[in-house]
Write a protein that binds this ligand. Structure first.
Ligand SMILES: NC(=O)c1ccc[n+]([C@@H]2O[C@H](COP(=O)([O-])OP(=O)(O)OC[C@H]3O[C@@H](n4cnc5c(N)ncnc54)[C@H](O)[C@@H]3O)[C@@H](O)[C@H]2O)c1
Length: 310
């Protein structure tokens, strides 16, 4: 099997490429930039290019069985600053990609959507896939629109797809200087002796999932063979809630440095709680998260501690 990982040099992509290689896939990566924190993997075909460049996409999908689409130009909190850019760069470029996948007879597209934003403020917790979708950020709306286009391409032209609505991944390769990903940012600050900033009172609940469990889920999505009426959209998370204050307590148990926390006013973009119901993925994908939070945080700390951050 040959896989294309678009955005394969980022946090999730780098881990996914490693998992695909271990699973016996031949791998091609299309990304604008090289991986930040690790050398290229031996045997992977790296293509420097942009999802927005039609020519790059046409060449990248040639001869590919499974396309993993991870490239995204916006983040939940920044997407509302320029929704037009969000729509143009993510929705339009992805629809172009789907057209090229169709032309190249790609067998399946696996899209990383957002379990954290697509549902909006939840009516119930844990959130099942058939919960209403009322995102409160442009990022969530563009992810949802892409899900709809995947379904349209499947309906009209038989392009197979699976959507992974991911919660809050953490672990090795997570950029500590990013604006997304509490665990990576918090650990990066602790490593550098800087305080951790919490928006709100720390009661915001999230569903943290270790990156190794995410990688296994994405490969299970690729191998899943749905019938015509089977589910193609899956929540991928730990399925357990953890407040920011609980996360800080857990971090204090694994790091060997002082932890200083500063509380600032809450942000409008943050839903108060987000915990995913993962029973559908467990049943259909024969997958379940395995990593305990404390052990996952400990591995993340070991990795962050090996970096020289400035
Ligand atoms: N990290 C999270 O908390 C999280 C949660 C849910 C969903 N997701 C989704 O998972 C996917 C991967 O996220 P990540 O955390 O690995 O992000 P990341 O920023 O670490 O990696 C994204 C990669 O995509 C590349 N990229 C971006 N736009 C591109 C373009 N137009 N053309 C080519 N390459 C491009 C970047 O260079 C980067 O290497 C994204 O779609 C993101 O929305 C992430």
């Amino acid at each position: 099997m040959k896989a294309l990982v678009i955005g394969g040099n980022g946090f999730i992509g780098t881990n996914l490429v490693e998992g695909l290689l271990a699973d016996g896939y031949q791998v091609r990566v299309l990304d604008r930039y090289p991986s930040r924190y690790r050398e290229p993997f031996a045997g992977v075909e790296y293509v420097v290019g942009d999802l927005g460049n039609h020519g790059d996409v046409i060449s990248a999908v040639k001869g590919i069985d499974h396309v993993f689409h991870l490239a995204y130009t916006t983040l939940p909190q920044t997407s509302n600053d320029d929704p037009v850019y969000d729509v143009r760069s993510n929705i339009a470029d992805t629809v172009q990609l789907l057209q090229e996948c169709r032309t190249a007879s790609v067998k399946k597209v696996i899209f990383i959507s957002s379990g954290g934003t697509i549902y909006g403020v939840p009516e119930k917790t844990p959130i099942p896939e058939d919960h209403p979708t009322e995102p409160i950020c442009s990022y969530g709306i563009s992810k949802l629109a892409i899900e709809k286009y995947l379904n349209l391409f499947h309906h009209l032209w038989g392009l197979e797809y699976v959507v992974a609505r991911l919660s809050n991944p953490y672990g090795e390769q997570q950029n500590p200087n990013s604006k997304q990903g509490a665990v990576g940012v918090f650990l990066g600050n602790i490593q550098q002796g800087k305080p951790i900033t919490i928006w709100g009172d720390g009661s915001v609940v999230r569903d943290y999932i270790y990156i190794g469990d995410v990688t296994r889920a994405l490969i299970a999505c690729a191998k899943y063979q749905p019938g015509p009426k089977d589910h193609r959209v899956f929540n991928i998370g730990e399925g357990k809630g953890c407040s920011l204050n609980q996360l800080i307590d857990a971090l204090k148990q694994v790091v060997d440095k002082p932890v200083e926390v500063v509380y600032t006013p809450a942000r409008a973009v943050d839903v108060p709680s987000n915990v995913l119901d993962i029973s559908r993925a467990k049943k259909c994908l024969n997958w379940a998260p395995e990593m305990e939070l404390k052990e996952g945080l400990s591995r993340s700390w070991k990795w962050i501690s090996s970096l020289s951050l400035v």
